[in-house]
Design a protein around this ligand. Structure first.
Ligand code: SF4
Length: 77
């Protein structure tokens, strides 16, 4: 199981093959996600926003490329 963040106790992964670089996640949670040099989203800090905000950002991804797990298991999708 992925290591959980210190504060939110979540782990966020982005499927780079799915990500189309739309930037919605960065707009939703700019302290959590950023686009790298290949225009793929990367997680910079899983505690950069509340868990609810992270889940909202994941829900805003047009291709469902963001996966969030917590202590109880899958949180999104
Ligand atoms: S919202 Fe989804 S497709 Fe857009 S940059 Fe973020 S992970 Fe990639």
């Amino acid at each position: 199981m992925a290591e959980l963040s210190r504060q939110n106790r979540i782990a966020i992964t982005v499927d780079r093959a799915l990500c189309i670089g739309s930037g919605d996640c960065v707009d939703s949670a700019p302290d959590v996600f950023e686009l790298d040099s290949e225009d793929k989203a990367v997680v910079i800090d899983a505690d950069g926003a509340s868990t609810d905000e992270v889940l909202e950002a994941a829900g805003n991804c047009p291709v469902t490329a963001i996966f969030v797990v917590g202590e109880v298991g899958e949180l999104y999708p």
